[in-house]
Design a protein around this ligand. Sequence first.
Ligand code: SF4
Ligand code: SF4
Length: 219
Amino acid sequence: MVGEGIVKGLAETARNFFGSYVGKDRLTTIQYPEERLPQIEATRSFPFLVFDGRDSQQGLRCVACQICEKECPPKCILIKKSADKKPDAVGKPQFYPAVFDIDISVCMSCQICVEVCPFEAIKMDVDYNLSSDDRFGGLLLHKEQLAKSNEYYNKIHPTEATAVDAHFAEERAKTEAKAKAAADAKAAVEAKAAADAKAAAEAKAAPAAQEQPVGGETK
Ligand code: SF4
Ligand code: SF4
């Protein structure tokens, strides 16, 4: 029937309108910003940079490889790589972003930057309350504003963040096992070299001792 869809839509609207006076389940709107709808874990707004430890800049996982900058479709990421290396959250010297800006007025929340980052350094935030009356730079976020802790990441995306933490722990365990194996091998080589040197010294000393005249046998 022509117009059946419109009639059904209007009927649903009427049911919600009148029903909202008698039942809460018919209330399809909320009193924002006082009230917020609960967010599902897969919610995504704009990217942020994850840091480990307490220092939001030293602990940034980003090593300024610039892959995300190249892959971002609307080119809203600007990165300037540092000239020097600084210790990261675990004390390992790393390059870092001297500048890391995202223009979220251009960002289309596609998450490609997250997908391509090899260091789990950039993730999608869930915060959408970002409006600004500063049209010149109010939505241009710098690395200081973009940096958020791993605890925050765990809070907003627990499943994903737990998997990332487990992956890092596994990688750390592998690296430590490799380092221990290398140290053990080095110690074994050094011990063998020391044993060989001792044996050689003893072998050298033995003939000399045999050549010594035995006391009382001389005429
Ligand atoms: S979410 Fe997409 S558009 Fe936004 S910064 Fe990342 S790659 Fe660029
Ligand atoms: S966020 Fe990831 S991909 Fe982008 S520059 Fe930093 S380490 Fe590279």
